[in-house]
Design a protein around this ligand. Structure first.
Ligand code: ADP
Ligand code: MG
Length: 279
């Protein structure tokens, strides 16, 4: 798939003092975040921390109550809808079911922002490449709602790839994926960053976030608790406090490995496997 922008002309997303209130409830409070071209930034934090709200605010889908979000130096709300859709793609946490659409149709929807532009000529090639990259080529003729959850997630990621934007905002894209497809999706994110894209990806698996992101932004209760390279953000003390569960952080050549502290009884063999019961 071609690089969406020439190297060096990459996009830059900046949130400053972003506050979001919904129905009088403060969801985000004073959030600052910079995402530069060439970066994969993992957005992590407990359930309800505000990750999806922040992603939707970065996307321009939610207007901040206070503060600003700028894309390439221009407030995201000043962008025309179609121009914005050529600049940033958004994979939502909750997928629509796309009744009546085949997988290939769903992926082709990602090309809509490029209709009536010279890049329309590449539609077929880009859709084919996206289907292959997300490992859904063999499902292209299937009706989208008949796919498994993980297959739907991969088809939706293919749609995002087909959109060919320099900014990708992905909300829990790996939640339903098996290990191979988790690794493949995040490898694709890194490769997109290498071509000059800026990627923000919400993840729950902190070890996966550590392995594939350049930076981790840890949100808790609507605030940024830490933002930096994985090794500086993923400390046992900070994670145990924020997640309200004790964790250990182990060193590994590919980055920190985060392991929840578990009860001792989990290390015992299951009753059915004990020697005296097997014989
Ligand atoms: P996360 O993605 O980190 O799990 P969300 O950004 O979805 O969290 O939500 C943050 C908090 O804001 C949650 O407590 C959620 O229930 C609340 N929230 C989100 N959207 C709304 C809304 N439209 N109305 C009321 N509360 C909301
Ligand atoms: Mg969420």
């Amino acid at each position: 798939m071609s690089a969406p922008h020439a190297p060096g002309s990459g996009a830059h997303l900046v949130a400053r003092s972003v506050r979001v209130q919904i129905d009088g409830t403060e969801i985000l409070s004073g959030v600052d975040l910079d995402v530069r071209a060439g970066e994969v930034v993992a957005l992590v934090g407990p359930n309800g921390a505000g990750k999806s709200t922040l992603l939707a605010t970065l996307a321009g889908d939610i207007a901040p109550t206070c503060g600003t979000v700028e894309l390439d130096g221009r407030p995201v709300h000043d962008w025309a809808v179609r121009a914005l859709a050529r600049e940033r793609a958004v994979l939502l946490q909750k997928q629509g079911l796309a009744f009546g659409f085949h997988v290939e149709d769903v992926v082709r929807m990602g090309r809509a922002p490029w209709h009536r532009t010279p890049r329309q000529d590449a539609d077929d090639e880009v859709v084919t490449a996206a289907l292959l990259r997300a490992d859904v080529a063999s499902l292209a003729e299937r009706l989208f709602p008949t796919l498994s959850g993980g297959e739907q997630a991969r088809a939706s990621f293919a749609r995002i790839l087909a959109q060919e934007t320099p900014v990708l905002l992905l909300d829990e894209p790996t939640a339903a994926l098996d290990i191979r497809h988790q690794e493949a999706l995040l490898t694709a994110c890194r490769e997109l960053a290498d071509t000059g894209c800026a990627v923000v990806v919400v993840l729950h698996d902190l070890t996966l976030a550590a392995a594939y992101s350049h930076r981790i932004c840890l949100l808790a209760s609507g605030r940024v608790r830490a933002d930096g390279p994985p090794a500086t953000v993923l400390t046992a003390a900070l994670l145990s406090e924020v997640y309200e569960h004790p964790v250990e952080v182990l060193d590994h050549p590919h980055g920190p490995v985060v392991v929840p502290v578990r009860h001792d009884h989990l290390s015992a063999a299951p009753r059915s496997l004990r020697a005296e019961e097997v014989s």
